[in-house]
Write a new protein. Structure first.
Length: 181
């Protein structure tokens, strides 16, 4: 089991003063595709922009889906295990991640270079926190390590962990117009 993500939430009290409302392990976690160590921790979600800071409800207490809400965004931490654990020997077969991604997110299919290829109608900020991963595009790829940031703009892409350790990535996904129609 990978280490939990500590989430600290600032809020306003009944007098309008700021305070720490919550400090602890983020509670909304899913194990993606039934693969041990491939977890998503939802930290926060916003249903539209501009966002409202009213109330003290846990905005991440919802079903975890790959795509953010329409006109909204999500902030999550994803732990990506090594490809050998995630896919085994089946690097030519896409995993079943429809529980969180929905059918429309995956573009891999047969003939893809990696079973994790997918595309969403989002602008994503991906920040590598721990470990290493290879950001794969339809044409080309680039290795990434701690502190590296990828701005992903609705492109078909995959994350390939070719090491023997998990890679932890912070993602902010922002709803965007669909380039495919």
């Amino acid at each position: 089991m990978l280490k939990p993500v500590r989430r600290i939430i600032a809020a306003h009290n009944e007098n309008g003063k700021s305070y720490i409302q919550e400090d602890g392990d983020a509670p909304n976690i899913t194990n993606t595709g039934g693969v041990e160590g491939f977890s998503w921790t939802e930290l926060w979600a916003v249903d539209n922009a501009p966002a409202s800071n009213e109330g003290n409800e846990d905005s991440a207490d919802r079903e975890i889906r790959l795509q953010p809400p329409s006109k909204g965004n999500v902030f999550r931490i994803v732990d990506i295990p090594p490809d050998t654990l995630r896919f085994g020997e089946n690097l030519d077969q896409a995993p079943d991640n429809t529980a969180v991604s929905g059918d429309e997110a995956y573009a891999a299919g047969s003939g893809s270079r990696h079973p994790g290829f997918h595309k969403t109608k989002t602008v994503d900020y991906a920040i590598i926190l721990e470990g290493e991963v290879v950001a794969m595009m339809d044409v080309g790829e680039t290795p990434m390590g701690p502190g590296d940031v990828l701005i992903q703009r609705g492109t078909n892409h995959a994350w390939s962990n070719r090491t023997d350790k998990a890679c932890r990535i912070a993602f902010v996904l922002i709803d965007a117009e669909d380039l495919t129609g």
